[in-house]
Design a protein around this ligand. Structure first.
Ligand code: FES
Ligand SMILES: [Fe+2]
Length: 368
């Protein structure tokens, strides 16, 4: 398969500042806003998600909230005001809001002569749920109002035993979400960006054949024995049982990987979240019970994981420099096929169509 797709330089890059071109964003889904452990009762924390300024916090009963960081009265950020564990009070005229639903509870300036019902006024509040240590926020289509209908399930890393360890990593990427995502699913960069003694070397490049199948709004690299030239996978062999790996990509931005070896397992979710239309952030959350009793395993895993993510991050910082001049780009051969599928899935979603770029199982071949 030698088809070549030229990605035209995206429009709208002018004025994007130091970052590269912008990307269309997928609204109407869950995104991780930040790590939930920074949200403490009585405190408000600001976040930027899909270009929307938000303020997040934790109520006395532990529930999280996410509001648009704008008072509906005169637009001052709500984060400039106060939060007492129950109510957000605007700094300017003291309007009080229940932060999970956004309902106004009190307008201090009203007198008994006023007929205005404060509780008919709402600040914008988003569904916000804690999973795997993240505050996940549902970001509706603009203009949806408070009737969001039935929400999709909140993403969560599958765990296959009661006892497990976990770790998370984060890196800001100075490129739009599309570049972040196709970088994530790109199999050909491994031997170059991630060469090191403990992962793999350039000399270890060999031809690979992987099987893919369509899944709703995404695709799956079908269960397979993992790449034999990766040291961490070799280590897993110590358990002496067959190792089975599945890697899924699902819109809007999720790559999940599951490795199972008898009763031992490793599971991860990587998301690339638009912070603005021209910048994004990669979050990796992993849980596992392999090497459960090895001391320091979490810090060792985090150390190597952080090195790995930092290599991707550094590469994308360099790429962003080139993307600022808005070049036309290429998607070639089988190694770039998953990126093409991503763009096709995204277009179908944005246009509200049910099309899928895969009509059945597909085998891709590349060297990496
Ligand atoms: S601007 Fe918030 S209460 Fe007036
Ligand atoms: Fe990478």
């Amino acid at each position: 398969m030698n088809d070549l797709v030229i990605l035209a330089g995206a429009a709208g890059s002018a004025g994007a500042g130091v970052s590269g071109p912008t990307a269309d964003l997928i609204f109407g889904d869950w995104y991780p806003a930040l790590r939930a452990d920074v949200l403490r009762v009585g405190k408000m924390t600001k976040a930027l998600l899909l270009g929307i300024p938000m303020v997040l916090g934790r109520k006395n009963d532990g529930t999280l909230f996410a509001m648009r960081d704008l008072c509906p009265h005169r637009g001052i950020p709500l984060s400039a005001g106060w939060f007492d564990g129950e109510t957000v009070t605007c700094k300017y005229h003291g309007w009080q809001f229940e932060p999970c639903g956004g309902q106004c509870k009190e307008i201090p300036s009203l007198t008994t002569h006023d007929s205005l019902d404060a509780t008919k006024i709402y600040a914008v509040a988003y569904p916000c749920v804690e999973r795997d240590g993240y505050a996940w926020v549902y970001v509706p289509e603009p203009g949806t109002g408070r009737s969001m209908g039935e929400l999709p399930p909140v993403p969560e890393v599958p765990k296959f035993s009661a006892k497990y360890r976990s770790a998370h990593l984060v890196a800001d990427l100075p490129c739009n979400v599309d570049h972040g995502i196709i970088g994530l699913m790109d199999p050909a960069h491994g031997p170059f960006v991630h060469q090191s003694w403990w992962w793999r070397s350039k000399a270890s490049i060999h031809e690979k054949e992987k099987h893919f199948e369509p899944i709703p709004e995404g695709f799956r690299m079908s269960a397979h024995a993992p790449s034999g030239n990766s040291a961490p996978y070799k280590l897993l062999g110590v358990y002496g049982e067959p190792i089975v790996t599945t890697i899924d990509f699902v819109l809007p931005n999720r790559r999940s990987e599951t490795i199972r070896c008898g009763t031992k397992w490793f599971s991860s979710l990587t998301t690339v979240t638009p912070v603005t239309a021209s910048t994004c952030r990669i979050d990796v959350y992993a849980a596992w019970n392999i090497f459960y009793n090895v001391p320091f395993v979490t810090s060792i895993a985090t150390f190597f994981g952080a090195r790995f993510v930092a290599q991707d991050q550094q590469t994308m910082v360099e790429q962003a420099e080139g993307l600022r001049s808005n070049p036309a780009l290429m998607l070639i051969d089988d190694a770039d096929k998953p990126a093409k599928w991503y763009f096709a899935l995204k277009q179908a979603r944005l246009k509200g169509r049910k099309e899928h770029p895969l009509d059945g199982p597909v085998t891709l071949r590349w060297r990496s």
